[in-house]
Write a protein that binds this ligand. Structure first.
Ligand SMILES: Nc1nc2c(ncn2[C@@H]2O[C@H](COP(=O)(O)OP(=O)(O)OP(=O)(O)O)[C@@H](O)[C@H]2O)c(=O)[nH]1
Ligand SMILES: [Mg+2]
Length: 215
């Protein structure tokens, strides 16, 4: 079967939801961007789609507090998830996001792949590892992007990349690790290839909710 390559530049915003009950029908394919607050999720989405402010970026961690859904094509969506692990957020708010996040990952059937973004200088924190473990447990393939790679010289960058590749072997999952920089547009091709692969998977447009309008 020939594989389709998608044009991510045409991606547009669909909706923001505080939890999965407010998302459109659980059909088609979704690929989610997850990671610690400030890891560069929204920036990566903007770089991929070549749009300055499709996803809101901020120097203030914890900016994306909602599940943001973007449409690549009919039935194919990218999802910007709330960042985790930001210490200076009130405990109550943190719990709310973490719950929304866990629910999304465990209950959203159309989720076909997870992009986990980590600052290349501080990868594989506890919550990152938990996220990867979560994905492996539900057989979800993972692409780890080591973001802000422009902050390291090429030798240090390669060393970090090898270190993380080595460190994720014990997870025994379908996990690929690449360096990424929104600033220098590094690794964008690797991201695109992975998304194309996942968006080419077969999917069902027929669920018990499929008679509901999509937007
Ligand atoms: N140098 C450099 N800075 C980056 C890069 N990507 C993102 N940043 C910066 O990192 C900060 C956080 O980026 P965001 O994309 O908003 O991060 P996020 O993961 O969406 O954060 P939350 O929405 O809070 O979870 C911003 O100040 C960005 O400009 C990169 O590739 N290189
Ligand atoms: Mg964000």
């Amino acid at each position: 079967m020939t594989q389709k390559n998608f044009n991510y530049h045409k991606t547009h915003f669909v909706t923001s939801a505080p939890d999965i009950t407010h998302l459109p029908a659980d059909i088609g394919i979704e690929i989610a961007f997850a990671g610690r607050s400030n890891a560069g999720k929204s920036s990566a989405l903007n770089t991929l789609t070549n749009q300055k402010s499709l996803a809101r970026t901020s120097k203030t961690p914890g900016r994306t507090q909602l599940i943001n859904l973007f449409r690549v094509e009919e039935h194919l969506h990218l999802v910007d998830l709330p960042g985790y692990g930001y210490a200076e957020v009130p405990e109550e708010m943190k719990r709310k996001w973490q719950r929304a996040l866990g629910e999304y990952l465990q209950k959203r059937d159309c989720l076909r792949g997870l992009i986990v973004l980590m600052d290349i200088r501080h990868p594989l924190k506890d919550l990152d590892q938990q996220m990867v473990q979560w994905a492996v447990d539900v057989n979800l393939p993972v692409l780890i992007l080591l973001t802000k790679a422009d902050k390291l010289a090429s030798g240090a960058r390669k060393a970090q990349l090898n270190m993380v590749r080595e460190a994720i072997l014990p997870f025994q999952g379908d996990i690929q690790v690449e360096a990424f920089s929104s600033l220098k547009k590094l690794g964008v091709d690797k991201l695109r290839i992975k998304l194309d692969e996942w968006f080419n998977l077969p999917f069902d447009t027929d669920s018990e909710m499929s008679d509901q309008p999509e937007e």
